[in-house]
Design a protein around this ligand. Structure first.
Ligand SMILES: NC(=O)c1ccc[n+]([C@@H]2O[C@H](COP(=O)([O-])OP(=O)(O)OC[C@H]3O[C@@H](n4cnc5c(N)ncnc54)[C@H](O)[C@@H]3O)[C@@H](O)[C@H]2O)c1
Length: 292
């Protein structure tokens, strides 16, 4: 099925937006990334170039393919550029008001054909879509971290999403080389419903001094066969994002294990957000990880 999607917009160029843009340009889509902060765009550009340089090094890509792929990418701080997109995937902060305001503005800027997709981890697609001026053409597309390496996308229709929108977004997801799985518009969808409480449990073990981050991660990897431990993963996710995601999940489920441990707020106050600031449960220098 042809989706009619040629130009992709990504709104928010942080941890997730940067990876989603890599997925889109690698699959050959013209992609415009929008962020309100110039530094987020330049950081993502560097990360993108680094990713494709590594792909060449690992012989997964011929060197001559890289300029062609990178030519698909443009970046801007001007939201009006989203008017050229057939679909906009939003990956801004996990905050209902921020997402709501963004989609309301995009609803004014984009032509009626443009579909909106949200990468929210825990918020309601139906609520995000309300006020977008096209809630029948909004859909949940939850990529996993890091999006450029993980194939899964949880796809959720909101209460007012049309069947045609869902079908188009599903086919578009496959055209990007991703693996879609359908879920209801439900807090945390599949993965974060159990992963967020699980990660909070791991933080509570650190808080209580039961074991060090590296011993907890080692136990989870060698005992449960997970490729990554919960504290390494949290450093990759970002403690700031984890706080927002936990709060949103707790607000909608009242699951006590979704409540964020106090240590997270102290780490955020100290600037220990994880890999993005060079310090989280572990310390980082470039890609090297220390301590824990
Ligand atoms: N980090 C993860 O592991 C992960 C995984 C899957 C989904 N998500 C979801 O993806 C979304 C983004 O998370 P993230 O970790 O990439 O966050 P992030 O903080 O790393 O990046 C968010 C980016 O959005 C930009 N932004 C915020 N408000 C904006 C606005 N109104 N207009 C334009 N740009 C704006 C910020 O400048 C920032 O660069 C959230 O909904 C989160 O729940 C995160």
């Amino acid at each position: 099925m042809s989706t009619g999607i040629q130009t992709v917009g990504v709104a928010g160029s942080g941890t997730m937006g940067a990876g989603i843009a890599i997925v889109a340009i690698r699959a050959g889509f013209k992609t415009i990334v929008y962020d309100s902060r110039e530094e987020a765009l330049s950081r993502a550009r560097k990360q993108t170039e680094g990713f494709f340089a590594k792909s060449v090094e690992r012989k997964k890509l011929a060197p001559e393919q890289v300029p062609k792929i990178l030519a698909n990418l443009s970046a801007t701080t001007d939201i009006e550029a989203m008017a050229a997109c057939d679909i906009v995937i939003e990956a801004v902060f996990e905050d209902l008001k921020v997402k709501h305001d963004l989609l309301a503005r995009l609803g004014q800027i984009c032509p009626p054909r443009t579909l909106f997709a949200s990468n929210t981890s825990t918020l309601s697609i139906t609520e995000i879509a309300a006020g977008s001026n096209r809630d029948d053409r909004c859909v949940g597309m939850h990529f996993c971290l890091p999006a450029q390496l993980m194939k899964l996308v949880e796809m959720s229709p909101g209460l007012r999403t049309s069947e045609e929108t869902f079908k188009t977004a599903w086919e578009f997801c496959k055209a990007m080389g991703q693996v879609p799985v359908k879920t209801k518009d439900s807090p945390g969808f599949i993965l974060n419903y159990f992963l967020v409480p699980f990660n909070n449990d791991a933080i509570r073990l650190v808080e209580a001094g039961v074991a060090t981050p590296s011993d907890i991660d080692r136990a989870v990897k060698s005992g449960l066969g997970y490729p990554m431990g919960p504290l390494e993963l949290l450093d990759l996710v970002g403690l700031d994002t984890h706080l927002l995601v936990s709060e949103a999940l707790y607000a909608s489920t009242h699951e006590p294990r979704a409540a964020v441990p106090a240590l997270v707020k102290r780490m955020i106050a100290a600037g220990h957000l994880g890999r993005k600031t060079g310090q989280g449960f572990y310390a980082y220098q470039g890609n090297a990880m220390f301590g824990g």
